[in-house]
Ligand binder design. Structure first.
Ligand code: CMC
Length: 433
């Protein structure tokens, strides 16, 4: 029979036909919804390696071919020709905006680019050296207290408002994490600046002077944000969807996504790259570290090299590499810790020529270059995952919106294979041996 997979329980001989569903691209899926009802069985798939948990029309990625599309547009074209804010619109609404739609979008965001003064007090509860990610989790979660009773997540107007609030307020929350850690006064968001310029101003201006970033810094950060805006059903996005499926407050769902992103296996790699470069210390030590990376008895790996999904190349890395080199060439001696950046560039050159890395197709990934860009922009290492969270917040809220509008939407509830004790009787404590 066409377009089905026959599942047979060889113990009973009972068979079911499971429909095959084709997507626009990518592997087709087997609709397993009748499996439990008909065969009284679940599927077992630790880590969801082969499970499609939803339909989505936002992002498509093909790890073998190195393809990444947002709403059908190749990431290369978006990174070269678009702006982060325009990509936000695209992810959210599904189409590129006309000039008028974009102007209205910006005006809508500008109406929401303040946070309640009381929210600022949450920061003072954190020590100055608290990790900025722990602050971001707290203050993002706290936003839910401002938008709870009056918000109806079943109302599309309220849902759109929520998405606009997330996009408008996340840069403020992120910049305030940095300001708190250095003890500087918080800087308000400004309507007259572009998204990236405004964020850099909130980070680096002080009461005595505004901050005027070099054009290349704006270009590099804009690109870094675009490249991290969404990446399909990764761990943090799935967390946002799962929390959202319980109809939790969307700001709390975003906070849950930030929690997941903080894990070093997910968003923490850009921070790890810089720590590794510091450990290498001088370009002369590079060969020693390359040898360690190849040595199977040594757990050391070259951070920022290789990728779980992209096995030939990471399209985001190809794009960001170019702007990273431009940035370093242009900023030249202005950049802090030039030594670290020299090590990075030399490491990249040596590893790209080394047979071990060539044979295993281990290329620098997006986080190798984004770590270097953030370093050159004088953003402290502990803020790197916050920058990732800032960029990804639009992906999270777009995926949340899509889920809320999905007719198949229901609470996420994975099953399990129980491996514990068989049923047994309670024994009073004085009778236990
Ligand atoms: N340094 C040295 N050897 C490596 C590295 C590395 N960074 N990555 C993989 N290998 C080796 C690995 O030991 C294996 O060797 P062999 O075939 O001799 O046993 C071979 O390359 C194939 O690796 P794999 O097992 O297919 O790789 P994986 O899919 O299990 O791991 C990875 C992917 C990203 C976890 C890994 O490459 C890694 O740990 N990289 C460093 C950390 C890093 O940069 N992570 C950020 C990824 S990008 C984040 C994002 O997209 O959000």
């Amino acid at each position: 029979m066409a377009d089905t997979v026959t599942m047979t329980d060889n113990r009973t001989g009972k068979q079911i036909e499971c429909p095959i569903i084709d997507g626009v691209y990518g592997a087709p899926v087997i609709d397993m919804k009748s499996l439990y009802k008909e065969l009284n069985m679940f599927t077992y798939d630790p880590g969801f390696m082969t499970t499609a948990a939803c339909r989505s029309s936002i992002t498509y990625l093909d790890g073998e071919q190195g393809i990444l599309l947002h709403r059908g547009y190749p990431i290369e074209q978006l990174a070269e020709q678009s702006s982060y804010l325009e990509v936000c619109y695209l992810l959210l609404y599904g189409e590129l905006p006309t000039a008028k739609q974009f102007e209205d979008f910006r005006a809508n965001l500008n109406q929401r680019n303040m946070v309640h003064e009381h929210l600022e007090r949450f920061y003072t509860g954190y020590l100055y050296d608290a990790h900025p990610m722990s602050m971001l989790i707290g203050v993002t979660g706290a936003l839910s207290s401002y938008y709870h009773e009056a918000m109806d997540i079943n109302d599309p107007v309220d849902r759109e408002l929520t998405a606009l609030r997330v996009i408008a307020k996340m840069p403020i929350l992120a910049a305030h994490c940095y300001k708190h850690s250095v003890g500087h006064p918080f800087v308000y968001s400004r309507d007259d600046l572009g998204y990236v310029e405004n964020f850099l101003n909130m980070m680096f201006s002080v009461p005595m002077r505004d901050y005027e970033p070099p054009a290349i810094a704006v270009k590099a950060l804009n690109m870094m944000l675009i490249l991290h805006a969404d990446h399909e059903q990764n761990a943090s996005t799935s967390t946002v969807r799962l929390a959202g499926s319980a109809e939790a407050n969307p700001f709390a769902c975003i906070a849950a996504g930030i929690v997941t992103l903080w894990g070093p296996a997910h968003g923490g790699a850009n921070e790890a790259v810089l720590k590794m470069l510091a450990e290498i210390e001088t370009p002369e030590n590079i060969p020693k570290f390359i040898e360690r990376a190849k040595d199977k008895s040594d757990p050391f790996k070259l951070m920022g090299f290789g990728h779980r999904v992209y096995k030939n190349f990471d399209p985001r890395a190809t794009i960001i590499r170019k702007v990273c080199h431009e940035l370093l060439d242009e900023l030249g001696d202005e950049v802090v810790d030039k030594n670290l950046l020299d090590i990075a560039m030399e490491l990249e050159e040596i590893a790209l020529k080394d047979d071990y890395f060539i044979e295993r197709k281990l290329y620098p990934n997006v986080d190798f270059y984004s770590g270097i860009i953030l370093k050159a922009l004088r953003i402290p290492t502990s803020m790197y995952t916050v920058m990732f969270a800032l960029a990804r917040s639009v992906g999270w809220i777009s995926q949340w919106l899509e889920m809320m509008e999905d007719p198949e939407f229901r609470i996420g509830r994975p099953r399990q294979l129980y491996t514990g004790s068989e049923s047994r009787d309670y024994v009073p404590m004085d009778k236990r041996g």
